[in-house]
Design a protein around this ligand. Structure first.
Ligand SMILES: [Zn+2]
Length: 356
């Protein structure tokens, strides 16, 4: 979710003109859309976070519209949807929901739309089951499990106490999920109106994040996997504490680099852009630099809590600390799996990393 997209420092050394914003700084007006490719309509919905918006996509379909991502379950978004139904849909229904991943700004109103339109929810299995697990706060998927992970990585109780105001946030920001879904698969082709969209899968930001690529339109609906300005949050999840999401994310970027360089990228946050290869190179450089800085800081054993200021040099509030810890552990796990750092558990139970 957007909540999970922690702003990082901009990568250094990337040419300023590498990214070309396809529509300049134009933005869709409230409850209105901009047609960014034939039959592909861009609309924005508000978010009550530092990242204050999400982009959603309405695709002209045979009997109505396919909606890609749904917005957060909050009154402001529901009010805008009510206006958008009148202003945008031309009297035709939403006939299908495609949700890229489980984060609340993407799946939040999926159940609400599903019940209103009797529109089936299409998702990957990994994302649907993760959304269910979080919604029902099952083992390994609730905030308490994340706090235990942070404790193991040295975070102090005062900071964890500050984070507890976010407990239950996922459930509040999601309308009740449908009980059934239509599973989408890697490389599956989805016919939407006059166009065929291929499902690509990305890892690292979410377990089985779906992207949609239309070869004939030259368009990639990228979700949170490739964002133009901020680096996608990559966090270790408590259900998989030794996971290596950063390696998964970097491998996904390598696969996306096979798409044409002039692909119009439709991200979930920020502006539609061209320059996919340049953006991928920037992100690769960004993470390589962060990994180098962390490795250099581990001349003596250090825990993730001590290393967060190496990755994030600004003052962080409790909300930002939450995502910064996940991101820091992801980079440390990457270095551990690459055998560039050794992880040890101290007598105090805290995990620390040191150079071999
Ligand atoms: Zn996300």
């Amino acid at each position: 979710m957007t909540e999970s997209v922690a702003p990082c420092r901009a990568p250094a050394g990337a040419p300023a003109n590498a990214i070309e914003y396809a529509f300049g700084d134009a933005l869709p007006a409230s409850a209105h859309s901009i047609e960014v490719a034939p039959g592909v309509h861009w609309l924005r919905m508000p978010l009550p976070f530092a990242l204050d918006h999400i982009n959603l996509w309405l695709l002209a379909d045979t009997e109505g519209w396919t909606l890609v991502d749904c917005g957060l379950n909050q009154p402001a978004t529901i009010a805008l949807w009510e206006q958008a139904f009148v202003a945008l849909l031309e009297g035709r229904p939403i006939t299908r929901l495609v949700v890229t991943h489980y984060h609340s700004d993407h799946v939040g109103l999926a159940g609400w739309h599903e019940r209103r339109w009797q529109a089936p929810l299409w998702m990957t299995e990994g994302e649907f089951l993760t959304a269910l697990a979080l919604y029902h706060e099952t083992a390994g998927h609730h905030r308490g499990a994340m706090f235990d992970l942070f404790r193991a990585h040295g975070l102090d109780e005062a900071r964890i106490e500050g984070m507890k105001i976010f407990s239950g946030a996922y459930r509040r920001l999601i309308s009740a999920l449908p009980h059934t879904f239509r599973r989408i698969m890697p490389d599956e082709r989805i016919e939407i109106g006059a166009h065929s969209w291929r499902v690509l899968i990305g890892h690292g930001h979410a377990p089985e994040h779906a992207l949609l690529h239309c070869e004939s339109l030259g368009v990639l609906i990228a979700g949170d996997m490739v964002l133009p300005k901020i680096s996608t949050n990559i966090s270790v999840r408590p259900v998989e504490p030794d996971g290596n999401p950063l390696a998964q994310f970097l491998r996904s970027l390598e696969r996306f680099a096979a798409l044409p360089h002039d692909t119009l990228v439709l991200p979930s946050h920020g502006l539609p852009f061209r320059g996919l290869h340049a953006r991928i190179a920037q992100l690769q450089q960004h993470h390589a630099e962060r990994l180098g800085e962390l490795k250099g800081a581990c001349d003596a054993p250090r825990c993730a809590r001590d290393l967060v200021p190496v990755l994030f040099r600004r003052t962080l509030n409790d909300h930002a600390w939450y995502f910064a810890m996940g991101e820091c552990i992801a980079h440390l796990n990457y270095l551990m799996h690459a055998r560039a750092l050794i992880r040890e558990r101290g007598a105090d139970g805290v995990l620390r990393f040191r150079a071999p």
